[in-house]
Write a protein that binds this ligand. Sequence first.
Ligand SMILES: [Zn+2]
Length: 149
Amino acid sequence: MAKAAASGSGSDSSIVDQLRALGVKKGVLVQMAERGQLLALRCEMPQCHQHKGRGAFDPVTTPRTKWAPSPDHYPILKWAGGQLLPENVRLSHVWCNNRDYGWRMKIRTMLAKGKSLAEIAEALNSKGVPPAHGTNRWTAAMVRKAYVS
Ligand SMILES: [Zn+2]
């Protein structure tokens, strides 16, 4: 980031400006930036897949590209009734958000069926679900970490 938040309170206009430059002119992310609720324009997902770094975003187009900014429902996920409000949003890349959601749903379903973490790891590997960036196979520990992050 070019500069840190100038003061300890209030809106961070540099983040608002960066969002505007990407074509994000309204919505919950702008609201959060205006309230000083975002530290930086960075992907906040546990796993970020953008090789250029967590701060590299594409401008918003229709449809959004995989590296466009996206609000992720967190900590209360969308399927659990979470809403896109400042208290329930983390900033993500579209792709990182989709990947996280895909893992989470698969792991959740298998946990509910009584599968062990090792069995889930095996199933994800055999289905060809890409694991975390920088690794090539799911392990029991990675399954747990992905689910609880
Ligand atoms: Zn990301």
